[in-house]
Ligand binder design. Structure first.
Ligand SMILES: NC(=O)c1ccc[n+]([C@@H]2O[C@H](COP(=O)([O-])OP(=O)(O)OC[C@H]3O[C@@H](n4cnc5c(N)ncnc54)[C@H](OP(=O)(O)O)[C@@H]3O)[C@@H](O)[C@H]2O)c1
Length: 322
């Protein structure tokens, strides 16, 4: 893997769960990073158990404190306040960079009251604003963080074919079922591909599964778990390898929620983990090599046992479970 020598890149959503890890890995590799946050003064975003545990063990009020404590941050990290709906604020963060990692997007999966305002506008308009800034400023490559939520739900996909990067979430199904987060991710990713084609911008996409390791809350529907460190690394691999093109499913394995529950019960017998049916998602095909595109780029996924251990230990250390 190529090590960088001070190359400047921009990370939108740099204070987020995945963004924080990505900033850390980029600094470790010698990059200079312009990281964006929504509010430079306070923790407008909920600090995740992960960001707080992994970085500096600081009990901060300011959401950027864990970033500022990173090795190399003093000389190679600059923070920018952006609003995804405000093009000019994005331009400032992208200026001078050679690459952009676009992660910032609202991650709200329930209790959405105004889908357009809370999810769809920032996801879509934000993506268009970031890509427009990248194009206007001559950025060489943009890595867009999409999601497995742009791949499923896809009820019309052939039942006997494992879902892969060719599969797209059914937009009409999402609207009918009011699945606003998958809708926001799907429309944003489609907009990114349209933009890339029309304007000739080099775009590559990572589609992470349910990101864990140091965990947040996740939905019942389970397609594939992935360690947050691997998601961050996947972004760098697709950025640095010019041969990487298209979408990149980023999951350790695709398994049923019942499989995961059984594994947690095995690793942590002291907890009362309910036994679930073997096939909790009728029709979901198990797969061990769903992310072969990333594996071919050299990503060796952290196995699910370790993902679970890191998630549970993180939750314990933060007092969410005892
Ligand atoms: N976590 C997962 O399981 C998962 C799985 C697949 C894909 N993803 C995708 O990965 C990306 C990062 O997610 P995450 O898990 O790291 O979530 P996160 O911790 O909530 O980070 C989201 C980031 O986006 C920023 N943001 C949101 N709305 C914004 C706005 N209007 N203007 C400026 N910044 C805004 C947030 O800023 P503040 O912190 O200042 O609010 C935050 O830094 C997202 O695109 C998400 O859809 C996540």
């Amino acid at each position: 893997m190529a090590a960088s020598t001070g190359e400047l890149v921009c990370v939108t959503g740099g204070s987020g769960y995945i963004g924080s890890w990505l900033v850390r890995l980029l600094l470790d590799r010698g990059y200079t990073v312009n990281a964006t946050v929504k509010d430079l003064s306070y923790a407008s975003h909920h600090p995740t158990p992960c960001t707080k545990q992994v970085y500096a063990n600081v009990d901060d009020e300011k959401e950027t404190k864990h970033l500022e404590a990173l090795e190399g941050a003093e000389s190679r990290l600059r923070l920018f306040q952006i609003d995804l709906l405000d093009y000019d604020s994005i331009v400032a963060a992208v200026t001078g960079a050679s690459g952009v990692f676009h992660l910032a997007s609202p991650c709200i999966v329930d209790q959405v009251h105004d889908p357009e305002k809370e999810l769809l506008a920032p996801a879509l308009k934000g993506t268009n604003n970031v890509l427009t800034a990248a194009k206007n400023l001559g950025i060489k490559r943009v890595v867009v963080t999409s999601s497995v939520s742009s791949i499923v739900p896809s009820p019309n996909w052939p039942a006997d074919v494992p879902k892969n990067e060719d599969c797209w979430t059914d937009v009409e199904y999402c609207k009918q079922k009011e699945l606003w987060y998958p809708l926001s991710k799907t429309l944003a990713e489609k907009a990114a591909w349209d933009f890339a084609k029309e304007k000739g911008l080099d775009v590559v996409v990572v589609n992470p599964g349910t990101v864990m390791g140091c965990t947040e809350i996740y939905e019942d529907f389970f397609m594939g778990s992935v360690h947050v460190k691997d998601v961050a690394l996947a972004h760098i691999l697709v950025y640095e390898n010019t041969s990487a093109t298209g979408r990149h499913l980023c999951v350790e394995a695709i398994s049923h929620y019942g499989d995961l529950a059984a594994k947690v019960a095995e690793l942590y017998p002291e907890y009362n983990i309910p036994r679930l049916a073997k096939d909790t998602q009728p029709g979901l095909l198990r797969s061990k090599a769903a992310s072969k595109k990333l594996m071919e780029l050299g990503l060796e996924f952290i196995p699910v046992d370790q993902i679970i251990r890191d998630s549970v230990e993180s939750l314990k250390s933060k007092g969410f479970i005892s």
